[in-house]
Design a protein. Structure first.
Length: 326
């Protein structure tokens, strides 16, 4: 039987959105300030209307069906637009009680969070930040399904795709803003056989290497740059954190690649040797990415300005260039 949209109780969609966000009927009930039986009843009514189970029990929580996964981004965006129109954002960081969930890699977190927290403590005591590990160069699925409010990292392919879509006239669901940029360097331990000789393409490729890969892939952008020159390197170890890479390097003859600005953050700077790469690679561009038309644009603007302030504090020594917001 076709769905009669006019007779649909839109409150059911609000409950659905919260349950999808929390993956728990109990937590959704708490957030909505209603009872769990009321949430269960609303989900039952929505299942009957849509003819789909929508959610299946998984451990202590629930998991969405394929139909629910397709439906939720549309429902969430509609709910956020309605909230923005009916309850205009009047964000005051001094009194706000907000949690931002941000996906970051370890290097980015170590760079931004230490100077960020004193700002929060002094100017926004009710705001909390929860970090998620960034394990991909394309965080759009994390943002689409509500696991994170914002992702901060190096997303060159994503930004190129979004630019191409915008230029083609397609709707673009995400916004981005550059926070800072730096450069990648070859890193080795003090006393490495290459410490006091020129680093050439030949001796670089002849060494054994460690790759930092969030996804676990053993082929990264350095390997792409080498392949364009008809060369390759011997990657014998792949790790998923820059801190881990630095620890391994100081106790081995492996070479790795780290952002210049990250090396002082490791606390191991005195044990490491930094060398310019003997071939061209793109700079490190660290960008914030978030879904467009979110419910709290003023809150996001404040968060971006605050992250930029944190970057300015970290990079007062000039190890990276901070991109000031326009």
């Amino acid at each position: 039987m076709p769905l009669n949209f006019r007779s649909l109780d839109l409150n059911l969609l609000r409950v659905f959105d919260e349950v999808m966000s929390e993956r728990s009927l109990t937590r959704a009930a708490h957030k909505l300030n209603i009872t769990q039986p009321a949430v269960s009843n609303a989900m039952r009514r929505l299942r009957e209307v849509l003819g789909d189970e929508l959610l299946v029990r998984q451990g202590q929580g629930v998991e969405p069906t394929p139909r629910a996964q397709v439906l939720w981004p549309v429902v969430r965006e509609a709910m956020q637009q309605l909230e923005g129109v009916l309850a205009p954002d009047d964000f005051n960081p001094a009194t706000a009680d907000t949690t931002f969930v941000i996906a970051m890699a370890d290097a980015t977190a170590a760079t931004l969070i230490p100077p960020l927290y004193p700002i929060l403590e002094k100017e926004a005591p009710g705001i909390s930040v929860r970090l998620l590990p960034l394990t991909t160069r394309d965080p759009r699925p994390l943002l689409d399904d509500g696991q994170a409010d914002m992702a901060v990292g190096y997303f060159p392919a994503v930004l190129a795709d979004l630019t191409a879509r915008a230029q083609a006239g397609a709707l673009v669901a995400f916004d981005s803003r550059r926070l800072y940029e730096g450069e990648y360097l070859c890193v080795m331990r003090k006393g490495h056989p290459l410490e006091h000789v020129p680093l050439t393409l030949d001796n670089y490729c002849a060494e054994r290497h460690m790759l930092v890969s969030f996804s676990g892939r053993s082929f990264g952008f350095i390997d792409e740059a080498l392949a364009s020159l008809g060369r390759s390197r011997d990657v014998v170890l792949t790790v998923n954190q820059f801190f881990t890479a630095a620890r391994v390097v100081i106790n081995s003859d492996l070479l790795t690649i780290l952002p210049r600005h990250f090396v002082p953050v490791t606390g191991m700077q005195e044990q490491l040797v930094l060398r310019e790469l003997p071939f061209d690679v793109t700079p490190v561009h660290v960008d914030a990415l978030w879904r467009r038309r979110g419910p709290h644009p003023q809150a996001y603007d404040w968060l971006l300005r605050t992250l930029t302030r944190a970057a300015e504090i970290t990079f007062a020594d000039g190890t990276a260039q901070v991109a000031l917001p326009s």
